[in-house]
Write a protein that binds this ligand. Structure first.
Ligand code: GAR
Length: 188
């Protein structure tokens, strides 16, 4: 059984979906949820589902404290589910091909620093795109540039708003993210 830690900065609906999915799995289990924000709703979701939580600051991410607490908790895989910060190289090197991120666009479009949540959907709509989607990828040392594991598409209609597009994108995320994680855990 592999141990998964989820990093999330906000609402945490993907985190909740992943926790529930792996409750029925013999392959892996979510054993820790970490956030850089003490008031992130994801922490309440995790507590309600009886998953231990930790809050950390930039310093402990950089100086290796987060890494040592992951190792202490015997974490095998790290899932970024709406996590805002870039991970330090030391953490990425400690978990080669074991860190997976989800991004709410068809990378390489609308990726990079500062492209997060509704900002992405706003840009997609402003540019008149007729489709968008999700990208699930391995994490390397650059924002949104690791090996792509899966992309899935959705139509963008003229009447879509950032919120309506976010809802469609979230549905795709709930549908695909847990299974891609499961596959990666098995092949690794
Ligand atoms: C998700 O749509 C995820 O793809 C996005 O944040 C949202 C978090 O929603 N991630 C990024 O934008 C990363 N650059 P959630 O907190 O409800 O899971």
């Amino acid at each position: 059984m592999k141990n998964i830690a989820i990093f999330a900065s906000g609402n945490g609906s993907n985190a909740e979906n992943i926790i529930k999915f792996f409750r029925g799995s013999e392959t892996a289990c979510v054993t820790l949820v970490l956030s850089n924000k003490a008031n992130a709703y994801v922490l309440q979701r995790a507590k309600a589902l009886e998953v231990p939580t930790r809050v950390f600051g930039r310093e402990s991410l950089k100086d290796g404290l987060v890494l040592s607490s992951l190792q202490e908790a015997q974490i095998d895989f790290i899932i970024l589910a709406g996590f805002l910060w870039l991970l330090p190289a030391s953490l990425i090197r400690a978990y080669p091909d074991q860190i997976i991120n989800i991004h709410p666009s068809l990378l390489p479009k609308y990726g990079g620093k500062g492209m997060y949540g509704n900002k992405v959907h706003q840009a997609v709509i402003e540019n008149g795109e007729t489709e968008s989607g999700i990208t699930i990828h391995l994490v390397n040392e650059e924002y949104d540039k690791g090996k792509i594991l899966l992309q899935a598409r959705v139509d963008v209609n003229p009447e879509d708003t950032p919120d309506s597009l976010a809802m469609k994108i979230h549905q795709l995320e709930y549908q695909h993210f847990p299974e891609v994680i499961q596959k990666q855990v098995v092949v690794h």
